[in-house]
Design a protein around this ligand. Structure first.
Ligand SMILES: *Cc1c(COP(=O)(O)O)cnc(C)c1O
Length: 802
């Protein structure tokens, strides 16, 4: 549906008048945002309805993406872009003396995720709609999103993120689709005409109410649904006189997003969340199937429904599907199992042991008694089936229940027809190390799907000037078909294009410099190298290695050894309970304070740690980055996606050969990336032989020693204990992230980078190659592979609106 500037202006005037009895000129920014988002909603409403009708008519297979996190950021601009309205609306507002970017600041960032995992889920939603597939998200409507981060005296403080207070712009409550979810109590199996059915007693009943969010496809007339579940007290009859306690206990289920993507706390509540959204999602899928598709003929289910388990959090889907099929719909166990495995697929996101969830049997039995019985039976049959086919050791290593615990990854693997890793190296490590036994049992189930990013958000929305340069050089087709971006490489020797790239980057840096000044008071020179590391704070991601480099540069500068001007920019939240990560934040902040205020340094080196890194801030930092720091310990970063976003915006990558960095190097060639550090085999050798002794490195490398010692010799003020903690960590025998092992090669590659920076033309040529090849990481390519190879979907036929 097209819109003209005049039509839009009229609609805006009308909305503002209707809502607030005001003229546009009198409306506040928040009011303008409310009116504008209402116009956008009216814009996609017809196609949202039409998509639902087409789904019912065509009965195309649909995928349901189950994820405990979704991190979409803000939706105003992406909805405008996908409707095809962005330019028109932006210009119309300008005519009225208004600014879209300013109005957009009124939208809260929807932070229902921690980092990469949640961001990927959100990108998949956008991409499924944009590539024309009917895909639905299934998750939790957390009352409080990821905490807001503040720094007080250099320490991280966490503030509640009450995002719903100011938001109901995009969601639609669908009470009629509510379902009930049961927890706890006793379960007895009773005979009902020869079928054993569970009878529950004393269980807690919770009402799951869905809130649907429209996911508008990119200018293709299709709009999908992201369904987020809220927990409420059940209707009368289920719980007669709910007390305040009852209400609180129930509302707690969807109250907070666990602020960590690797260690979990509040374990019981976390397990409750996992079952809550998994059960609610599956019930609603089966309700739809029975009503609209095939009544009670469940043998057809895998032809109509694909269920994706994003990491282990929704792995209970395997057991819950069995429960619904066997207990509710009375499908025989064997048939139900066959259907379940054909329907489910699972993505593994990490090889970090602490992130592979395990639940105590006792907790599971108490909270989910019937589910625990079903898991026990799945496990029993698994063991039974493999007896005498493989060794007892393999069975013990792979079974679901072991040492009093339920291993969720094993449940997901045994119950799915597809298991994928998220980058080539990661999948290879799953097959040869972490899940080796399973790979030997089910080689056909394993496959790789390298992550991707939505170029719509990270180039078209975040970097409009770069988008215009691409339009001008290679034509507009790249916006819908990223293959076209490869043509940009033809401009490698075109001075005008290289100069434009330089100017665009500079302008973006000026904008970021202004943001930095506004938020921190610190003035940075946009002509300096903007060196960016933005991601969750975690030992394996090694913000510590960047810190050592900063200390090294500082000491050089103090000693009169010159370096090109550099601004190091961090953005990172630490899980509130992650002590080491918080110590790193404190030391970086104190180091920044010291350097930024040292008159000897002036503006040769600045260190900026911006508070509250989220999608909205990412959209401002990434287009202004010259350098992308992707320096995890090789083997530890499954894929990474900020590496892709930064590359797409022309930053040059400094990278260990980890995760998708390897594929970036493949794409751009080794001359267009700065790779360094231990190789995979070297890392594994250290682990296997336990022969990593960093103290030897430290004693024998004066440059390293100087940097590391500054953590404890009083150089950095106000951080004695934290500096000491970092120092001790680095020097510990077999320190698992091998920081000092990579130190000297990191310093070397940074020197090489400085030389490249001095050759301006060369630098922007490298930048251009990176932009052109970011097409390889277009999430639409990723999603088409999932659709074809895992979910077996066909595109929905839908009329493109005029
Ligand atoms: C992309 C993104 C991430 C993931 O970053 P990695 O470097 O891949 O860990 C985390 N947080 C936000 C806000 C992002 O946009």
């Amino acid at each position: 549906m097209r819109i003209t500037k005049e039509e839009f202006k009229q609609r805006l005037a009308r909305k503002v008048r209707n809502y607030y009895e005001e003229e546009i000129s009198e409306a506040s920014n928040a009011e303008l945002f409310a009116a504008l988002s209402a116009i956008v909603r009216d814009g996609f409403a017809p196609q949202w309805r039409r998509t639902r009708i087409s789904e019912k008519e065509q009965k195309q297979k649909q995928v349901y993406y189950f994820s405990i996190e979704f991190l979409p950021g803000t939706l105003l601009k992406s909805n405008l872009l996908n409707l095809g309205w962005l330019e028109t609306v932006s210009e119309a507002l300008e005519d009225l003396g208004l600014d879209l970017d300013t109005i957009a600041t009124a939208e809260p960032d929807m932070a229902l995720g921690n980092g990469g995992l949640g961001r990927l889920a959100a990108a998949f939603m956008d991409s499924l709609a944009s590539t024309g597939y009917t895909g639905n998200g299934n998750g939790i409507r957390y009352k409080y999103g990821l905490f807001k981060q503040k720094f007080v005296n250099g320490y991280q403080k966490e503030l509640p993120n009450d995002w719903l207070k100011s938001q109901d712009y995009w969601e639609v409550r669908r009470e009629s689709k509510s379902v009930l979810v049961r927890f706890g109590g006793q379960v007895h199996m009773v005979d009902d005409n020869g079928w054993l059915v569970p009878q529950y007693e004393g269980e807690e009943v919770v009402r799951a109410v869905p809130y649907d969010i429209a996911i508008v496809g990119y200018q293709n007339g299709l709009t999908n649904t992201l369904r987020l579940w809220d927990a409420e007290i059940p209707p009368e009859g289920e719980l007669n006189y709910p007390t305040i306690e009852d209400r609180r206990r129930i509302e707690d289920i969807t109250s907070i997003l666990y602020p960590d993507d690797s260690n979990y706390e509040g374990r019981l509540l976390r397990l409750k969340q996992e079952y809550f959204f998994t059960s609610a999602g599956l019930q609603s899928i089966l309700n739809y199937y029975v009503k609209e598709i095939a009544k009670h003929d469940f043998s057809e289910l895998p032809n109509y429904v694909a269920i994706h388990i994003n990491d282990t959090h929704p792995a209970l889907a395997v057991a819950e599907m069995m429960r619904l099929l066997v207990d509710k719909y009375r499908v025989s166990w064997d048939k139900a199992w066959n259907i379940t495995v054909k329907t489910m697929s699972y993505t593994n996101h990490t090889i970090m042991q602490e992130a592979l969830e395990k639940w105590e049997i006792s907790m599971m039995s108490e909270l989910l008694p019937r589910i625990m019985q079903i898991i026990t039976e799945i496990d029993r049959r698994y063991v039974e089936n493999l007896k005498n086919k493989v060794s007892d050791e393999v069975i013990e290593r792979t079974r679901i229940i072991k040492d009093g615990k339920v291993r969720m990854a094993h449940l997901a693997i045994i119950g799915s027809h597809s298991i994928n890793g998220v980058a080539e190296l990661h999948t290879q490590l799953l097959e040869t190390e972490v899940l080796k036994d399973f790979y030997n049992l089910y080689p056909e189930r394993f496959n790789n799907k390298t992550n991707g990013i939505t170029l719509r958000r990270w180039i078209q929305i975040a970097n409009p000037d770069l988008s215009k340069l691409l339009d001008k050089t290679i034509g507009k087709e790249w916006r819908a078909n990223s293959d076209e971006m490869l043509n940009f490489e033809k401009y490698l020797h075109n001075s005008e294009t290289l100069n434009s790239l330089k100017k665009i980057k500079y302008d973006n840096k000026v904008k970021l410099a202004k943001l930095i000044k506004d938020r921190t008071g610190i003035i940075v020179d946009p002509k300096a190298i903007f060196d960016v590391q933005v991601k969750r704070l975690h030992a394996y991601k090694r913000q510590t290695l960047k810190l050592l480099h900063i200390l090294h540069l500082y000491q050089d500068l103090k000693a009169g050894i010159d370096h090109p001007k550099r601004v190091v920019i961090f953005g990172a939240k630490a899980a509130p309970s992650y002590v080491f990560a918080k110590q790193v934040i404190k030391v970086i902040n104190e180091t920044a304070n010291m350097i930024n205020n040292d008159p000897d340094i002036h503006d040769k080196l600045k260190v900026i740690f911006l508070e509250n890194y989220d999608v909205t801030l990412a959209e401002k930092i990434i287009p202004a980055a010259d350098v992308s720091e992707q320096i995890s310990t090789t083997t530890k970063e499954a894929s990474g996606t900020s590496n892709m976003k930064l590359m797409a915006n022309g930053a040059l990558t400094v990278a260990t050969m980890d995760g998708a960095n390897i594929e970036i190097k493949d794409a751009v060639g080794e001359d267009n990336i700065f790779s360094f550090g231990l190789a995979k085999d070297e890392v594994y050798k250290y682990y296997a032989s336990k022969s990593y002794h960093p103290r030897n490195l430290y004693e024998n490398d004066a440059v390293m020693k100087r940097a590391v010692d500054s953590l404890i010799d009083g150089t950095i003020p106000n951080s004695n204990s934290e500096g000491q903690a970092l120092f001790n960590n680095f020097l510990e025998d077999n320190e698992q992230f091998l920081v000092l092992a990579d130190f000297s090669s990191y310093i070397k590659i940074q020197n090489k980078l400085e030389q490249a920076w001095a050759q301006e033309r060369l630098w922007y040529q490298m930048s251009l190659v990176n932009i052109a090849h970011s097409e390889r990481f277009d999430v639409d390519k990723t999603i088409k592979r999932y659709a074809k190879e895992i979910w077996h979907l066909n595109q929905l036929k839908i009329e493109k609106t005029k």
